[in-house]
Ligand binder design. Structure first.
Ligand code: S2G
Ligand code: ZN
Length: 464
């Protein structure tokens, strides 16, 4: 941007911290995706809602584009600034503004980390059930912009279920105060839900009122070696028939071996297998012995039926955490291999057939690549990461993945599934939106975008 334009920009934003430091441009111009180089003009660090409004108005006046940015842990390039945009970082808006234990509501600024919300909820004797590997860095605003999922969706749903109030700055710089923490509100369209999952393209989240829930009872974890991947639904149905599950995750042996290698972890079981199920279930103190007996009886029955080959039941909090690490560390273990991520979902009951068809397709299309399979069985959400082979040039690898993606997304469409279950469309999945949405839906989305962001300054090129 020419210095005159940035001077005009600064003049319209009194008191705004605006950095053009190369290190800040590099770090704040991207998220966890590595397929494009960041190239923002500047990074703004607004201190309050008024400064965010000023930023939007300055962008309108100068024709600059804005890329909202939170914890920068996104996986679809939604927070990538690769075309001279101004990044709007929430790093200076990280206060917990209000807590209301009676309503079980916590009002926070967009820049508060998920881990901090979880910690504050615990201090209040409550629980914030959005949980995923990046929760230490991911910020509230970003998880609302992508409607983040994680490992507790099975019981508590997506981020969308937690948001009872939302303040956003729209594409004209106006502050919208949506739903204001009400449980019931049947007055007009619920613009709060329109904003959730809009990936910074309809408004910039500046504040959220989050609904906490009661603290979970004590729990235990079972790690099970599956006889085959498709049997996972049979095992899930069996477990669900007797235990109160709070999570049900799966991962392939390739994912497990990579995690063990990357973090020097001991293999968790004596027996190897193609796939593993990690389930967590409630063990209220009053019925601990009964539930333990039940869990062990189910375990023995599944062993006899040949559904599982081996398994372990946690007997301590430390062991529970150690077992979870095998699942939660997959993402971090994959990161050094420029993973091309598929974040797909189908109806839960269709997951085994879909997994079977996708495995056949992927093994044919990605010959020579390591594939990691993992995800949230209870949500029908499958993550398939293709790791870039040593020595293959990134652009060539991305092209190969995008070509294969067409076939993958045709399969997803045939199953009535989604090309993005929880990571958002962002930049990387934009060419494939039509595999999950009809032309009519996309036409309406464009109309809404035009109304909410008439100057086209909010995260242009993302999602639509
Ligand atoms: C997961 C986290 C991000 C990734 O582990 O469930 O959603 O790397 C993912 O896929
Ligand atoms: Zn996930």
């Amino acid at each position: 941007m020419s210095t005159s334009r940035i001077d005009t920009f600064r003049a319209q934003c009194p008191g705004l911290s605006l950095s053009t430091d190369p290190g800040v441009l590099e770090s704040h111009g991207q998220d966890w995706t590595r397929f494009r180089r960041p190239d923002p003009t500047a990074v703004a660090f607004p201190a309050d809602n008024t400064q965010v409004s000023d930023l939007v108005r300055a962008a309108i006046a100068t024709g600059m584009h804005l890329v909202p940015s939170g914890g920068r842990t996104g996986l679809s390039g939604g927070a990538l600034a690769a075309s001279g945009e101004i990044v709007v970082s929430m790093d200076r808006m990280r206060r917990i503004l209000h807590e209301d234990p009676a309503d079980r509501l916590l009002t926070v600024q967009a820049g508060v980390a998920i881990a901090e919300v979880q910690a504050r909820a615990r201090e209040l004797g409550l629980y914030y059930p959005v949980s995923f590997a990046a929760e230490g860095s991911a910020q509230v605003g970003g998880t609302i912009a992508t409607n983040a999922g994680g490992i507790r969706v099975l019981r508590h749903g997506m981020t969308r279920e937690r948001v009872k109030g939302l303040k956003v700055i729209d594409g004209r710089g106006r502050l919208l105060d949506l739903n204001r923490g009400l449980v019931k509100n049947a007055s007009g369209y619920d613009l709060r839900h329109l904003m959730i999952g809009s990936e910074g393209t309809l408004g910039i989240v500046v504040e959220a009122t989050l609904r906490l829930t009661e603290a979970p009872p004590p729990s235990r974890v079972m790690l099970l070696a599956l006889d085959s991947m498709p049997v996972m639904m049979t095992v899930l149905a069996k477990l669900r028939g007797s235990l109160r599950l709070s999570a049900c995750e799966f991962f392939s042996v390739g994912a497990l071996e990579l995690v063990c290698r990357s973090f020097d972890l001991r293999y968790p079981l004596e027996t190897s297998a193609d796939g593993f199920l990690l389930v967590e279930f409630d063990v209220p103190a009053a019925s601990e012995q009964h539930i333990e007996e039940q869990a062990l009886a189910i375990f023995d029955e599944m062993l006899e039926r040949g559904w599982i080959l081996d398994g372990v039941l946690s007997t301590s909090e430390a062991q529970k955490r150690a077992l979870w690490r095998y699942r939660e560390a997959i993402s971090e273990a994959a990161a050094p291999y420029t993973p091309y991520k598929n974040d797909l979902s189908v109806r839960v009951s269709k997951l085994p057939d879909f997994l079977q068809d996708l495995t056949t397709l992927a093994e044919a299309r990605f010959a020579g690549c390591s594939l990691l399979w993992y995800g949230h069985v209870g949500d029908g959400n499958l993550h398939m990461n293709v790791l870039k082979p040593e020595g293959e040039e990134t652009a060539a690898f991305e092209r190969r993945c995008k070509e294969a993606s067409e076939a993958i997304y045709r399969l997803v469409r045939a199953y009535g599934g989604s090309v993005s279950a929880e990571h958002g469309i962002g930049l990387l999945k934009r060419p494939f939106l039509g595999y999950s949405c009809s032309e009519e839906e996309i036409e309406l989305m464009r109309g809404i975008k035009q109304v909410m962001d008439p100057h086209g300054i909010l995260n242009p090129g993302k999602l639509l």
